[in-house]
Design a protein around this ligand. Structure first.
Ligand code: SF4
Ligand code: SF4
Length: 478
């Protein structure tokens, strides 16, 4: 059963005027349990967003994307350009989790974790409230002509926005250049690093524009994830929903007239509309503009408590629940998204677990003979390519072990390498032909002093067939 959707002025976006131009929104200042929970989540996320580039883990910032040198440090793990495939796994796991969460609990990401919402609601909106007062006063101020007081308030507000925007932009720059480099750049001034300076100032300007003016339009018209919402949800998805059956017909709180139809629980105070940061009326049904912030739930519960009616007129519920069909968790869509998340997450977990702090590979000479026969001896030469993936410099010790008597020469048995540096070490090994009646497997042992991890690689000693039985004559010298 599909629920009826009321038509009329209340279904027009609150952020838009009748002529289609933008109406600046001033959401109601609300209190309530969901709002308190959101504040806690926002505080933790802001701490993470702002501090992550500055907290060292394993000798490098927790998040440092050094694009210039194509190396990336994330939570103590070091990645380079060769690890690009792992970035694909991280992205896939994130995207599939987002699909799963959206199909299961709606647009939680938008209202609770997206940096757009977190910074707007935690920094910029509170500053506006502090300087311009509560909603009623802000609305009045917006109508007033420009005068000294209004200009002063505007300037103070913009300066505060500028301070926050500069701080966020510098934090973002630190992610790409490292905090140490950022301090040096700030000390030396813009002329020493004009590109970084221009990028930081450009980002500051974008933040000023976005958080100072553009605001909810980012979610309503720009964000592609918001547009996808309608195809990710089904009737079992738990979203912010108005209980149409209980609330309608809505009407102002008054003594019922004799013979008048019985009204629903909605007292048509419109506080849910005034509280909405994207300006929608949730009583018109779920809309693409809803970011699941739950402000309308808090404000409506407050109204219901005041008029002594049960709370939950607006609540988290699925369309099936509102239609009296109960809550179905195991739905095909959810199972498919869960399976995709599990597959991508398991692959990522396995890739990270099996990842070694260094790489060691044998490189045979290209072109020429893989072995040289010299009288009674057979020689193999090759290179060992070693690559330090540790977040710090390390010394790699290289040893070649043979199961039979052999003459082994390792060009450099110990190589000191910077983080994400590599080198090739020449190795030669000679074995008497009389010992080569069967395949010989050598062992290349590489030990990493930083991580204390040791890798043992089998290396087949290459020789002509039947070496022991038939002596091979030396080529005649001209
Ligand atoms: S806040 Fe609740 S009572 Fe008031 S208009 Fe919205 S749904 Fe109706
Ligand atoms: S409808 Fe409610 S939950 Fe959705 S954005 Fe508006 S206030 Fe937030």
């Amino acid at each position: 059963m599909s629920l009826p959707v009321p038509q009329g002025p209340s279904s027009v976006l609150g952020g838009m005027k009748a002529d289609g131009s933008r109406a600046k929104l001033h959401p109601l200042d609300i209190k309530g349990p969901w709002n308190t929970r959101r504040r806690v989540v926002f505080a933790l996320l802001i701490a993470f967003y702002v501090l992550a580039p500055f907290i060292p883990v394993g000798g490098h910032p927790m998040i440092f994307l050094d694009a210039e040198h194509r190396r990336f440090f994330l939570f103590g793990q070091t990645f380079n350009a060769q690890d690009f495939w792992m970035m694909v796994l991280i992205t896939l796991t994130f995207v599939f989790s987002l699909l799963l969460i959206t199909a299961w609990r709606g647009r939680l990401w938008c209202g609770w974790a997206c940096p757009q919402t977190v910074f707007l609601e935690s920094l910029y909106r509170p500053i506006e409230r502090l300087i311009e007062g509560p909603r009623d006063r802000r609305l009045k101020l917006a109508q007033e002509p420009w005068g000294p007081k209004k200009v002063a308030r505007f300037v103070v507000k913009q300066l505060a926005y500028l301070g926050f925007s500069l701080a966020i932009a510098h934090t973002a720059t630190a992610i790409f250049v490292s905090p140490k480099e950022l301090y040096v750049m700030i000390e030396q001034g813009p002329s020493a690093s004009p590109t970084a300076f221009l990028l930081t100032m450009g980002f500051t300007a974008i933040l000023m524009f976005n958080f100072g003016w553009f605001r909810e339009q980012f979610c309503v018209v720009l964000c592609p994830y918001g547009r996808l919402q309608s195809v990710l949800h089904d009737r079992g998805s738990i979203t912010v929903a108005y209980d149409f059956g209980r609330g309608e017909p809505r009407g102002k709180l008054a003594k019922p007239e004799p013979g008048a139809p019985k009204l629903g629980d909605c007292v048509d105070c419109k506080k849910c509309v005034y509280a909405c940061p994207t300006g929608i009326d949730i009583r018109s049904g779920l809309q693409m503009e809803c970011i699941a912030c739950l402000q309308c739930v808090d404000v409506c519960d407050d109204v219901m408590t005041k008029v002594k009616r049960p709370t939950g007129l607006i609540r988290l519920a699925s369309q099936q629940e509102l239609a009296g069909q109960g809550r179905k968790v195991l739905r095909p869509r959810l199972l498919v998204y869960a399976a995709l998340t599990l597959i991508a997450g398991t692959a990522l977990g396995a890739a990270l677990t099996l990842r070694t702090p260094f790489e060691a590979n044998v490189i045979r000479p290209r072109g020429g003979n893989p072995f040289v026969v010299d009288g009674a001896k057979v020689h193999n030469t090759f290179e060992v390519h070693v690559f330090n993936k540790n977040p710090a410099p390390s010394t790699l010790h290289i040893e070649l072990r043979a199961p039979v008597e052999a003459k082994v020469s390792v060009g450099k048995p110990s190589v000191a390498l910077d983080s994400l540096a590599d080198t090739r070490v020449p190795v030669s090994v000679s074995i008497d032909r009389s010992l080569l009646g069967r395949p010989i497997d050598l062992e290349l042992v590489v030990q990493d002093s930083f991580s204390q991890v040791t890798k043992v690689l089998p290396v087949r000693f290459l020789a002509p067939l039947g070496t022991a039985a038939q002596p091979i004559p030396r080529p005649a010298t001209p």
